[in-house]
Design a protein around this ligand. Structure first.
Ligand SMILES: Cc1cc2nc3c(=O)[nH]c(=O)nc-3n(C[C@H](O)[C@H](O)[C@H](O)COP(=O)(O)O)c2cc1C
Length: 183
């Protein structure tokens, strides 16, 4: 798939199964994240690759967070199983450099670009995925479990794997004129 087709037809896929990207495919995905636009060359990101036993470990962390926040048995169970929705998750953390000239919001945007680039690199190699966040991104137990520092922001959990079925490709946006002015 050429780059323009990829960008014009991109869509997410939440129904994911094995195989997960691994080896060179996974390295390509991580390398694509590392090429995100980055004002000041701060590299204000960190990627946590969650796979194999790590998915169960991460489920236990989410369960612990749900217990700590008194969210109830239902949420605890759901939290524990949430990471098993894909064979690979990449947690993307914006490592905010507080004393930099580059404002924090720009650093968060850069980390967001990492997520997008990695998702597209996965699709380009025949995989698929979905960017998720939810309340876990600000939860203290989850933040601590992922070794976040005070100013870090978890910008996403990128769920990746092989699509369980083919989704129709989204057409090119037809309503461009509603979102664009030409100055
Ligand atoms: C910052 C961010 C956080 C998101 N969090 C979630 C989420 O927690 N759960 C979810 O189902 N979709 C979430 N989404 C949306 C999906 O990634 C996806 O874009 C959406 O389902 C629309 O599908 P599409 O990408 O095929 O257009 C998030 C998107 C962004 C950019």
């Amino acid at each position: 798939m050429d780059a323009l087709t990829l960008l014009l037809t991109r869509r997410s896929m939440s129904h994911l199964t094995t195989p997960a990207p691994e080896g060179q495919s996974l390295d390509n995905i991580l390398a694509a994240g590392m090429r995100a636009p980055d004002h000041g060359a701060l590299r204000p990101w960190h990627f946590v690759v969650i796979q194999n036993e790590g998915l169960y470990k991460f489920g236990q962390l989410l369960e612990k967070a749900a217990i700590n926040a008194n969210l109830g048995k239902g949420v605890e169970e759901k939290a524990k199983k949430a990471p098993l929705r894909a064979p690979l998750i990449i947690a993307v953390i914006a490592k905010i450099v507080v004393d930099a000239k580059i404002p924090a919001w720009e650093q968060v945007v850069t980390a967001g670009c990492c997520v997008h680039a990695m998702q597209m690199a996965a699709v380009a190699q025949g995989f698929d995925g979905i960017w998720r966040t939810g309340s876990w991104t600000t939860d203290p137990v989850v933040r601590s479990g992922l070794a976040c520092q005070e100013h870090d922001k978890i910008v996403g959990f990128l769920y990746l794997g092989t699509p369980k079925f083919n989704l129709p490709i989204k057409g090119t946006a037809q309503d461009i004129k509603d979102f664009v002015t030409y100055y």
